[in-house]
Ligand binder design. Structure first.
Ligand SMILES: C[S@@+](CC[C@H](N)C(=O)[O-])C[C@H]1O[C@@H](n2cnc3c(N)ncnc32)[C@H](O)[C@@H]1O
Length: 374
């Protein structure tokens, strides 16, 4: 039996048990949490490679810091400004993946002479923590891993492609009636062993999609609760700080657009995307696009100010990516271009920024701020 085969077999057995313990129906968010984070078996908890630029490396998808070191170098500009504006000296990265972004940021901040007393990393994945520790060994005590939220957070917080990895609830409007989508044990003849089942619910998306057609979508209570928890901790510290989240997604008017009737849940494996999270559980990444209006409102309701919201392309240009590219060699330039290109990460990916105290102009949002579209 291959390692991958035994992983999915064990995972399926675990999911079946969870379904039975939940009286036969597991809400999708609970299934997604297991598929991604179940100790030892979930996608982010097992030892499979995940991050990389090519399927040959055994990787499944590429993220901005894996694509080009100029991503971290540009973001460092924003971190340096935010540290100065807030009078703080600590960085907090959530969901640090392979440690690539931390590596790029620390290298650039150290070479700019920006004093970072501590670079804290919080990641729900233990297997990735080990990989990060390897990659960041040269920074010694400057990097600190946390296993649980501290009571307060002071400094600059970052999360690249973290919100999209948080479990979502699936809502399905069927003939005008809203249902919550859950997972059940499939009848014997279904090879995947799992099937969908929709049950009527009082839950609703924040916007009713126009039309009376059947409509599948997601809500993201966990990502919003995450922002609320973060806000509480930033506001509990004397100096507070700022936070920047980069991810793929839209404002809610686009998120709940009548034409987006199949939702945004997607799986990634070997650099191919597919829409079926019920197959090969634990071997594929499962994600959903981020409703940035929901994220911005969660931050604001918890007492943060929105510093700005824009496309990744605009954000990185404001932080000097074009100037950095001009000095890079051709292969590096080609990779970095993908960070900005409309057809790659430039337009689908967005950035939202928050601050605790006085509003200050963040350099990344200096031009092309789209906060008014949230
Ligand atoms: C798609 S990966 C992105 C990794 C990295 N930031 C990058 O850009 O390459 C998602 C990461 O978020 C982490 N993660 C998901 N939910 C989290 C949470 N609530 N707190 C901290 N990390 C989380 C996962 O373990 C994983 O490292």
């Amino acid at each position: 039996m291959t390692e991958a085969h035994s992983l999915t077999t064990d995972m399926l057995a675990r999911v079946h048990r969870a379904i039975l313990a939940a009286d036969g129906w597991l809400p999708f968010d609970q299934f997604m949490a297991m598929a991604l984070y179940e100790p030892g078996l979930g996608y982010y908890a097992n030892q499979q490679p995940k991050f990389g630029t090519m399927p040959q490396s055994g990787s499944d998808f590429v993220t901005a810091p894996e694509l080009s070191p100029l991503f971290g170098a540009s973001l460092a500009q924003q971190v340096a400004q935010a540290l100065q504006a807030t009078g703080t000296d600590e960085v907090w990265e959530f969901g640090a993946g392979s440690g690539a972004l931390a590596h790029q940021l620390l290298s650039e901040l150290n070479s700019l002479g920006v004093a970072v007393k501590r670079y804290h990393i919080m990641d729900v994945s233990g297997s990735l923590r080990a990989r990060q520790q390897d990659k960041l060994a040269k920074y010694g005590d400057q990097v600190n891993w946390l296993q649980a939220w501290p009571d307060s957070i002071e400094g600059v917080v970052l999360g690249n492609e973290v919100l999209d990895a948080m479990p979502v609830k699936l809502l399905h409007r069927i003939e005008g009636v809203w249902h919550e989508r859950g997972v059940v044990v499939a009848p014997e003849n279904k090879p995947e062993g799992l099937a969908w089942q929709d049950r009527p619910t009082h839950l609703r998306p924040p916007v009713e999609p126009v039309g009376d057609h059947n409509y599948l979508t997601e809500i993201q209570p966990q990502a919003e609760a995450f922002v609320t928890s973060l806000a509480e901790r930033l506001l509990a510290s004397p100096k507070g700080g700022a936070a920047f989240f980069l991810d793929y997604g839209f404002p809610e008017s686009e998120y709940f657009h009548p034409e987006r009737h199949m939702g945004t849940v997607m799986c990634h494996q070997a650099h191919k995307a597919d829409p079926n999270p019920l197959a090969q559980v634990g071997l594929k990444d499962i994600t959903a696009h981020v409703n940035f209006t929901g994220i911005a409102l969660a931050g604001q309701d918890a007492g943060l100010q929105v510093l700005g919201y824009t496309s990744q392309a605009r954000f990185l240009l404001n932080l000097g990516l074009a100037e950095r590219m001009a000095q890079a060699d051709l292969p590096e330039r080609v990779q970095a271009l993908k960070l900005m290109s409309e057809h790659e990460m430039g337009e689908l990916f967005k950035v939202v920024g928050f601050a605790t105290h006085d509003h200050w102009q963040a350099q990344g949002f200096a031009q092309g701020d789209r906060s008014h579209r949230l």
